[in-house]
Write a new protein. Structure first.
Length: 408
């Protein structure tokens, strides 16, 4: 989840948090114990009032569309109908202690997972927050990613183009470096993929907020992984090729009448183990900047990402790098229950380092959405994408998709 501010007391949260479902221990006290002046009963109530209760929220997106794909690959011949389903259940709870400190927990179940149709545990972390800021511990993104502005909002309503969604409607050609959270597909990049991290967020002062993260391992496994990194592991067998990740980010949000404004910037780095450096790799280095301007229902969002040194994957003989850059710009207009948006994105990454060319993508989307009810939006998107694979493979197409976006 991407938040403009990370304080659990003032977080800007998308979607509706209505219909909370509370889970926890409820005291069932017999009438003989509920007596005026009963100190044991009152102490028990006070204690139970401080226990964390979990609120159930989440989202569900289901889109269907027609698509027309032009490919120069003999391996692929696509039909003209496609679907996309994406959902997540989020459990979140907090309690405030007597000294004013807030303690909270959040974990998410992704439906389906990235690898198969089974539900899997996604981000899961706890936090402690007081007057000096928030400390967050567990499987999560880093500060640079969380505090970035102008990323997913730039994709507008309907089918977003600043994510891996686009390949479900117009697939990439074989061999394209479609790496998650990299400049290949998005401006929302990170050195980890929900690995265990330690993050501090400052209080927001005069519109400014700062965050910093440390990740002992940057495994990119999509889940928290325990244990130390084996720095002497061979590249082809290494579970973790990067360690000691550091990420810093900050943003400012405010008003300059009649405009609402926001700007963000961040930097992240993770150290490569020896076997990565032996085949020409280096420490991961990433930069993200973004911004948003709002006026009378109009919103202009833009962001830029650069992996100065990319993540190495593949094999030692044919390593693949995510070094590259991406940018996106989007304009949306909201009036009453209607929202319309237009967005455009370009990306390129190094791909296989033994090849001279880059993998490239350009994409655009025109969307219209209608708020049918609280947490229920009907949206349609006209989508275009043009993929160019570094060895000459290409694929482009258009798709028209519509569906429901539910938040609860």
């Amino acid at each position: 989840m991407l938040n403009h501010t990370v304080s659990s007391r003032s977080t800007i949260v998308r979607g509706s948090l209505s219909k909370p479902v509370l889970f926890g221990t409820t005291a069932l006290v017999g009438g003989g114990l509920v007596l005026a002046g009963s100190e044991p009963a009152r102490a028990q109530e006070d204690e139970e009032e401080q226990q964390i209760r979990l609120e159930l929220t989440g989202f569900l997106n289901n889109f269907y569309g027609v698509t027309f794909v032009d490919t120069n690959s003999d391996e692929q011949d696509f039909n003209n109908f496609t679907t996309h389903f994406d959902g997540e259940v989020q459990f979140r709870g907090t309690t405030t202690l007597q000294d004013g400190t807030e303690v909270g927990v959040q974990f998410e179940i992704e439906i389906p997972s990235q690898d198969d149709v089974r539900a899997t545990l996604d981000e899961n972390y706890l936090w402690i927050e007081g007057g000096l800021g928030q400390l967050r511990l567990g499987g999560d993104n880093t500060a640079m990613y969380i505090m970035g502005l102008g990323t997913f909002d730039a994709g507008g309503i309907g089918v977003p183009i600043n994510s891996g969604w686009i390949s479900d409607f117009i697939p990439a050609p074989p061999g394209f470096t479609a790496a998650f959270r990299s400049p290949a597909l998005s401006t929302a990049i990170d050195i980890v993929n929900d690995d265990n991290v330690i993050t501090y967020f400052s209080p927001r002062l005069a519109g400014f907020q700062f965050g910093a993260s440390y990740a002992p391992r940057a495994s990119f496994a999509g889940k928290p992984v325990n244990g130390p990194v084996n720095r002497n592991a061979q590249f082809d067998s290494a579970d973790d090729r990067y360690e000691n990740g550091v990420s810093v980010g900050g943003n400012w949000v405010g008003e300059l009448d009649p405009f609402s404004l926001g700007f963000s910037a961040g930097y992240a780095q993770a150290q490569a183990i020896d076997s990565v450096e032996e085949i020409g790799g280096d420490d991961i280095q990433q930069v993200m900047v973004g911004g948003t301007i709002g006026f009378a229902g109009l919103s202009l969002d833009a962001s830029y990402a650069n992996e100065i040194d990319g993540r190495f994957s593949g094999t030692a003989a044919d390593p693949v790098s995510t070094e590259g850059e991406s940018w996106i710009v989007g304009l949306s207009y909201e009036v009453g229950p209607w929202t319309t948006s237009v967005s455009y994105m370009r990306t390129h990454v190094e791909g296989n380092i033994n090849e001279s060319n880059d993998d490239k993508l350009q994409a655009g989307a025109l969307s219209l959405g209608w708020a049918w009810g609280p947490g229920i939006t009907i949206a349609g998107t006209l989508l275009y994408a043009d993929w160019d694979e570094q060895q000459g493979g290409s694929q482009d197409g258009v798709a028209l998709a519509s569906g429901l976006i539910l938040s609860f």
